[in-house]
Design a binder for this molecule. Structure first.
Ligand SMILES: Cc1cc2nc3c(=O)[nH]c(=O)nc-3n(C[C@H](O)[C@H](O)[C@H](O)COP(=O)(O)OP(=O)(O)OC[C@H]3O[C@@H](n4cnc5c(N)ncnc54)[C@H](O)[C@@H]3O)c2cc1C
Length: 224
């Protein structure tokens, strides 16, 4: 997987994302924006996250599985441009194999042989039988790689990270959000710091998942 931040909101005078959030949030209180981003940070602490919608980040994400794509695009407050399987040839694609399968000594060769067979059939359909790519793709598995551009505002990014940095999220998408967080940290460490699994987005950490990973107590255990 490759993840690259390719664009983010900046002010006309080169202000960074948190400067923009501070400027917009200061309107609410008729106050003067601070250089320490006191207002923006205060809003985040109180959960007044709408002010974080004024800044966005765009990422180029390569070599992730279509399984990941299906999960990511469930998040509706974001923009996606995805490599088309109708137009792009998948004959030479390198399938994305989950670590849990790659680490299997004996099952792995069987899995890889299945993928090779799938690829051969795809090539046969498109080249020998002239089946359009948009129909031949019916044989492609969830492991098929894809590339996408992903644009998201900071509020949505923090909320999505809450779900996808959770230990209950699948490893591939968890790693995607770890990489996204690293990219954001380069230009805006304060926003990156808000990107936490949802159990850690409260002042007192607690888990809401019915199938808790055990890192933090469930809310019911905390309040009893
Ligand atoms: C660990 C894990 C396991 C999952 N397992 C499954 C599964 O088995 N099956 C499955 O189908 N999905 C599954 N999902 C996906 C999950 O159900 C959500 O679809 C996905 O995480 C998107 O989150 P969201 O619904 O909060 O919406 P987002 O689109 O990210 O929206 C953010 C918030 O905006 C608000 N919102 C957005 N759209 C609306 C709307 N139309 N009406 C009202 N409010 C809205 C809601 O408050 C929402 O929480 C799983 C997700 C995770 C993290």
């Amino acid at each position: 997987m490759q993840v690259k931040l390719i664009a983010y909101t900046q002010g006309v005078k080169g202000q960074m994302p948190l400067d923009i959030v501070e400027r917009c949030a200061s309107v609410c209180y008729n106050s003067t924006p601070t250089t320490t981003h006191k207002i923006a940070k205060g809003c985040a602490k109180s959960g007044h996250m709408s002010v974080y919608e004024h800044v966005s980040f765009t990422f180029m994400i390569e070599d992730v599985s279509r399984a990941l794509l299906a999960q990511l695009t469930r998040h509706r407050h974001a923009a996606y441009s995805v490599q088309s399987q109708r137009y792009c040839d998948m004959s030479n694609c390198r399938f994305v194999i989950p670590d849990s399968i790659e680490n299997l000594k004996y099952a792995d060769p069987y899995f890889l042989a299945c993928l090779d067979e799938i690829r051969d059939t795809y090539v046969q359909l498109t080249e020998d039988f002239n089946v359009p790519k948009e129909d031949a793709r019916a044989i492609l598995p969830n492991a098929t790689p894809t590339t996408l551009a992903f644009t998201v505002n900071a509020r949505a990014l923090v909320a999505i990270s809450g779900q996808r940095l959770c230990n209950r999220a699948q490893k591939e998408i968890r790693e995607l959000f770890q990489s996204i967080k690293k990219e954001v940290a380069v230009v805006c460490p304060e926003i990156a710091a808000l990107m936490l699994p949802k159990c850690e987005q409260h002042e007192v950490p607690f888990c809401e998942e019915s199938n808790c990973c055990g890192k933090h107590k469930r809310l019911t255990e905390l309040v009893k």
